[in-house]
Design a protein around this ligand. Structure first.
Ligand code: FAD
Ligand code: UDP
Length: 387
């Protein structure tokens, strides 16, 4: 490989790597992108499965942002399908006295998530739900939402009872499945991603720009990386080559792996995805259904809701099972486990990276953060400008 033809090397062709590569290529830099997998797109990669259904191989991805700059940048490489994600929780009816009978199907009932004023009506019936909703509005007159941890601090007995209900039916079991820890034990910013809404807005995200790339994420990445100044090599682990680099290197993989785990492995959660293709038009009413109280999986996503693909008689769903990442063969580290001691461990790797002025750690893995796609794209654009 002739490596000195390039001004900048990028390890990883996900959001971080691809956005940075394109922005730098447009500044006239010759960019080499090395990707370990046999495809581009990182965890946002999508492809057709055996039945022709467009699936997301590494879990469901819905694009949403308030960042106009990011949205405009990505919009150069894709058109968008208008899509607003809506999620319901599927819950066994534990208390027949409370949930109205007409809301129950096969012993289960449904709550819009994020939990909102309509969720209260599903849970407690029209009149009582409305009364409790007013109680919440009076308790937080200046807010449009409140986190579950904040709600649990409220001293009013009736508000506290609502908090207990939401905690039990939406948060505690799901969080235990996802993290192996309670909502109090994990980073508060994580449960704050899904607040209790003091309105009837049942959209999962409230961002100004939301949607799905019309022809899929992979197509969008293909266009982004299609530039005369960019060369992409797939199936290449960048690490053994990095010492050859003459100029700046943007590394978007795991920071601990880059330094041979010299301070010990950074903890992550991984997911097992179980895909099922079914001979029916449609499996569920919503793009994603969260199983917030029972089942071993956290949620089921049916891709056709997200992509809008018109494919009668067949559909594919995915169930997500979360567990500790062990670093075993074929495992992917999906979620950094943000807490004080893990952040301190990460800081050691960061300090090690800082010894190399040409090395730039960028992305969800490399920065050990819980970033959405848009946040990574924004950081990649910033870094490209700085370089
Ligand atoms: P990645 O996508 O992980 O890309 C890193 C790339 O680097 C990978 O392709 C990897 O193979 C490659 N790489 C690693 N090490 C090396 C190496 N040594 N050499 C060469 N290549 C290497 N965000 C949203 O905004 N909306 C969503 O709905 C959403 N849903 C999600 C659902 C799940 C289940 C998960 C896990 C995440 C979700 N996200 C979502 C977050 C989103 O996946 C990330 O923000 C985004 O993928 C981060 O991009 P990245 O480039 O930092 O990392
Ligand atoms: N969460 C929950 N119940 C839900 C949805 C989310 O307890 O029905 C909590 C859980 O701790 C989860 C966090 O909120 O990890 C963030 O949820 P989000 O849907 O944003 O997670 P992601 O899509 O990133 O996996």
């Amino acid at each position: 490989m002739i490596l000195d033809r390039f001004d900048i090397w990028v390890a990883g062709a996900g959001y971080a790597g691809a956005v940075a590569a394109r922005a730098l290529a447009e500044q006239g830099k010759r960019v080499l992108v090395l990707e370990r997998r046999d495809h581009i797109g990182g965890n946002a990669y999508d492809c057709l499965d055996g039945a022709g259904v467009l699936i997301h191989k590494y879990g469901p991805h819905i694009f949403h942002t308030n960042d106009r700059k990011v949205f405009d940048f990505l919009s150069r490489f894709t058109q968008w399908r208008r899509y607003q994600h809506r999620v319901i929780a599927n819950i066994p009816r534990d208390n027949p006295e409370v949930v109205p009978a007409h809301k129950v199907t096969d012993g289960r009932f449904f709550l819009p998530v994020p939990f909102n004023l309509d969720s209260l009506k599903n849970a407690f019936g029209e009149r009582e739900g409305k009364r409790l909703g007013q109680k919440l509005l009076d308790a937080y007159p200046a807010q449009s939402q409140v986190t579950i941890l904040e709600l649990r601090q409220n001293p009013d007995p009736e508000v506290a009872a609502i908090a207990d209900y939401v905690y039990e039916h939406v948060f505690v079991h799901y969080t235990m499945k996802q993290w192996g820890q309670t909502p109090e034990e994990i980073d508060p910013a994580t449960t704050a991603r899904v607040p209790v809404r003091l309105s009837q807005d049942d959209r999962y995200f409230q961002d100004a720009y939301q949607g799905m790339p019309l022809e899929g994420y992979t197509r969008m990445f293909e266009r982004m990386l299609d530039h005369h100044n960019i060369e992409v090599r797939l199936g290449v682990d960048a690490r053994p080559l990095l010492k050859e680099a003459q100029g700046p290197v943007i590394y978007t993989g795991q920071a601990d792996e880059l330094f041979d785990f010299k301070f010990g492995p950074l903890p992550y959660r991984t997911l097992d995805f179980k895909f099922e293709t079914l001979s029916q038009d449609c499996f569920q009413t919503h793009g994603t259904v969260n199983y917030t109280v029972d089942q071993d999986f956290t949620r089921i996503t049916e891709f056709k809701h997200l992509t809008g693909q018109d494919l009668p008689g067949v559909t594919t769903i995915v169930k997500e099972y979360s567990r500790a990442y062990t670093g075993g063969e074929g495992e992917t580290p999906y979620y950094a486990i943000i807490n004080r001691s893990n952040n301190a461990l990460y800081a050691k790797y960061r300090a090690e990276a800082d010894k190399y002025p040409n090395l730039h750690l960028l992305g969800r893995l490399a920065e050990y953060k819980y970033y959405n796609m848009d946040a990574i794209a924004a950081r990649a654009l910033e870094l490209a400008e700085r370089l």
